[in-house]
Design a protein around this ligand. Structure first.
Ligand code: NAD
Length: 492
């Protein structure tokens, strides 16, 4: 039997001797492969206090924004240089295929470098004040200790969009990795250390939501919560933040529509739909899980899509030729099987999949699944699977496409496939979602804001403006007159 790897938390610049631990399971074999530190309220308290101290008294507090930027840049380069090794850990711990983890983590370095460049370009302003003898300046100051919480999928990516702007702004961070698949984030702590961040500026731990997550989001010294996860947890976190009144942003789930018009390049649209729902085994918040296809091309398009779905190479996520690996947890498989079964019983038609793929006695595998349902009340149309299940429906004309696309309580991403430029513009204006991709899908960049409408969340991550969310403005009024203050009973 091979020795289990043991990971450590990183608190106040030190790697902690593992105390209580929990097992991490390789989703492709269902075998325990590592032990993770189980942080509780006492560890959280130490980490938050270390972060608070770093912001108040440590060298971080005195560092110029340019120096902070340099450090962030170094971190970005370290992530890029270690992308392969981090990718292998993420694949091992979450089952996400190696070709995706390598590509995604290779790109994560860009987020740190982008915000490194912004660190000393985000500055205050002078207000052309409407009162004589007064100078008014607005100073952006770091908001305070940030609690960053991420789910299991794409943990390095989802933490980069929080850490990079927070550190660029001068905050200190306590980052809680998901209890599922935390290995890459705990390994990333070594790079933070190597980049030279002073103790307490970045703390990385993992544990379960009910104790570790709760302690972090209710901690009185936390000023800002940046959360990515599901809507039910988000509601709990908003309730938690009533304790410390931390400024909270939420990146949540989706049921994103992909609208294919009959004039679209159907081959390209089919590849985009496949990428939207079957890449990462559908475990993407932006998964294009609702296909809306114009009736005139519905039959050939669904046939094309079904052929492509059946041809997906399912296998060991560590092999570069594998196109779809397992899901991250047994819990996910059970949720998907339940929701597919409820949808089929309620009248959805199964075009392909719906079962575990053949030849996989072990591992959390689910076949690429396509359901057809014109009844928008079915669970497959309404609920997020967070897995490889596409729910397809048809429409006639733009109005019906918009009505069906917007018939959801979510509003994270969307796709529109058409060769009609005017129609593309009309659709982008009418679709209610934080992202509209036209003739493409699943493209992201540190330069572009990311976030949702409705149940998909609150606030935006990435994009130059996201640094503002880690600052608060101090308004400084200076009276430039030597004259005595006039009537003290009148507001100036
Ligand atoms: P989850 O909400 O169960 O868990 C997310 C994180 O919250 C985990 O670290 C968990 O430990 C923590 N948590 C749980 N209870 C908590 C509590 N009471 N207090 C504080 N923290 C707590 O989500 P999940 O199942 O791990 O991830 C899947 C969800 O994440 C999906 O809904 C998916 O769409 C969403 N997601 C959204 C985005 C986005 O950017 N919009 C990106 C990826 C995933």
């Amino acid at each position: 039997m091979t020795e289990l790897r043991t990971f450590q938390s990183y608190i106040d610049g030190r790697f902690q001797a593992p105390g209580e631990t929990f097992d991490s399971i390789d989703p492709s074999t269902e075998a325990v492969w590592a032990r993770m530190p189980k942080a509780g309220a006492a560890d959280v308290d130490r980490a938050v206090r270390a972060a608070h101290h770093a912001m108040k008294a440590g060298p971080w507090a005195r560092m110029t924004a340019t120096e902070r930027g340099r450090m962030l840049y170094r971190l970005g380069d370290l992530v890029t240089a270690h992308a392969d090794e981090l990718a292998e850990l993420e694949t091992r711990d979450t089952g996400k295929i190696i070709r995706e983890t390598r590509a995604q983590i290779g790109y994560v370095g860009s987020y740190y470098r982008y915000f490194a460049g912004l660190a000393d370009k985000h500055h205050g302003t002078v207000v052309p004040i409407d009162k004589p003898d007064m100078d008014v300046t607005l100073r952006p100051e770091p908001i305070g200790v940030v609690a960053a919480i991420v789910p299991w999928n794409s943990q390095l990516f989802l933490s980069a969009v929080k850490l990079a702007p927070a550190l660029a702004a001068g905050c200190a961070v306590v980052l809680k990795a998901s209890e599922d698949g935390p290995a890459p984030l705990l390994a990333f702590a070594r790079l933070v250390h190597e980049a030279g961040f002073p103790p307490g500026v970045v703390n990385i731990l993992t544990g379960f939501g009910a104790d570790c997550g709760h302690a972090l989001t209710t901690h009185p010294l936390v000023a800002r919560i940046a959360f990515t996860g599901g809507p039910a947890t988000a509601r709990q976190i908003v309730r938690n933040s009533a304790e410390n009144l931390a400024y909270t942003t939420l990146e949540l789930g989706g049921k994103s529509p992909v609208v294919v018009f009959s004039d679209a390049n159907l081959e390209s649209a089919a590849n985009a739909v496949i990428s939207g729902i079957f890449a990462a085994s559908g475990q993407s918040c932006t998964a294009g899980s609702r296909l809306l296809v114009e009736r005139a091309v519905a039959q050939p398009f669904l046939e094309l899509l079904t052929r492509k779905a059946k041809a997906i190479r399912i296998g060991d996520p560590q092999q570069t030729e594998t196109e779809m690996g397992p899901l991250a947890t047994a819990r996910q498989v059970a949720h998907i099987e339940r929701t597919v079964s409820a949808s089929l019983s309620a009248g959805a038609e199964l075009l392909t999949g719906g079962t575990r793929p053949e030849g996989f006695a072990k591992g959390f595998y689910v076949s690429p699944t396509i359901l057809l349902s014109e009844d928008a009340s079915l669970p497959c149309v309404r609920e997020e699977f967070f897995g490889p299940v596409l729910s397809a429906a048809t429409f006639e004309g733009e109005d019906e496409a918009v009505a069906k696309a917007n018939d959801t309580e979510f509003g994270l991403a969307s796709g529109v496939f058409t060769t009609n430029l005017a129609r593309a513009h009309r659709m982008t204006a009418k679709i209610r979602a934080g992202i509209v991709w036209v003739n493409t899908y699943r493209a992201v960049s540190p330069m572009v804001p990311f976030g949702g409408y409705g149940l998909s969340g609150l606030g935006r991550e990435a994009g130059a403006d996201s640094i503002r969310d880690y600052t608060r403005t101090k308004s400084v009024w200076i009276n430039t007159s030597d004259a005595p203050i006039p009537d003290p009973f009148i507001m100036r």
